[in-house]
Design a protein around this ligand. Structure first.
Ligand code: KIV
Ligand code: NA
Length: 265
């Protein structure tokens, strides 16, 4: 594929090809992720934690998401760029939701938006889709509702919540969403959901029976190291590598080893 579109992703599911998705919040990282051949780049509101150091995703603003998204879009040649609508930019009413989605599309050049929730936000999703803006759903552990859950533990272990999740997934497909992220639910349930709908289900902490996987890039390359859930596979230990590089630089500067003869004019 030269350029991934929402249609490509649905075709990939049809053909049994898994979808690879990672986050990026800035130009330099997005460039590396895109050139590696990533299918989807998510400008996640996890930027609130990873970039800004907040404890939750709630504080990040629409303007800040647009800044991150426009930086990412400038780097992209292949990936589909999906942007999280941040907390407070879509929950109050469908008109506000549409205004927020339009701002993201117009001001960043991104290709789609992602929204957390099921039937509570159905009307907002429909209004955004009616405007021609592709929507990715997000069910299961939805971090914008963390104060309602009270904990980051696995969701939908009980029958009632599992049923609601299945209904919500069907609703999102019927409404016209092109894909759904499902976060931190039992693998068996996630697989069942993926098999029940024709749009791709992209999991994080949702097992291997879904249509694709997403991780937070800074976590999977080990730049962050306080956060170690079971689902996180670390491909690098950049925290140590960078920390060692910075220490070495300090040593070299203090000892006048840097710069040497070749490193000056
Ligand atoms: O904000 C984010 O990074 C996300 C992914 C973890 C799915 O929503
Ligand atoms: Na998010």
């Amino acid at each position: 594929y030269k350029r991934i579109t929402t249609k490509t992703l649905v075709d990939m599911k049809k053909n049994g090809e898994k979808i690879a998705m990672l986050t990026a919040y800035d130009y330099t990282m997005a460039k590396i992720v895109d050139s590696a051949g990533m299918d989807v780049i998510l400008v996640g509101d996890s930027a609130s934690n990873v970039m800004a150091g907040h404890e939750t995703t709630l504080p990040i603003t629409l303007d800040q998401m647009i800044y991150h998204a426009s930086s990412v879009v400038r780097a992209i040649e292949r990936s589909l760029v999906v942007v999280d609508l941040p907390f407070g930019s879509y929950q109050s009413d469908p008109k506000e939701a549409l205004r927020s989605a339009i701002r993201i599309m117009k001001e960043s050049g991104a290709h789609a938006v992602k929204m957390e929730g099921g039937k509570e936000i159905k009307e907002s999703i429909k209004r955004i889709l009616n405007a021609g803006i592709p929507v990715m759903g997000h069910l299961g552990l939805t971090p914008q509702s963390i104060y309602k859950f009270g904990t980051y533990t696995v969701r939908a272990k009980e029958e009632q919540e599992a049923e609601t999740l299945k209904e919500d997934a069907l609703m999102l497909e019927k409404a016209g969403c092109f894909a759904i992220v499902i976060e931190k639910i039992p693998a068996k349930l996630a697989e069942e959901v993926a098999k029940s709908i024709s749009i791709p289900v992209i999991g994080i902490g949702a097992g291997g029976g879904v249509d694709g996987q997403v991780l937070v890039t800074h976590d999977m390359i080990g730049m962050t190291h306080e956060f170690s859930p079971r689902f996180l596979r670390r491909y690098l230990d950049l925290y140590s590598d960078m920390s060692n590089a910075f220490s070495q630089y300090i040593t070299d500067v203090k000892s006048s080893d840097f710069p040497n003869e070749e490193e000056q004019y």
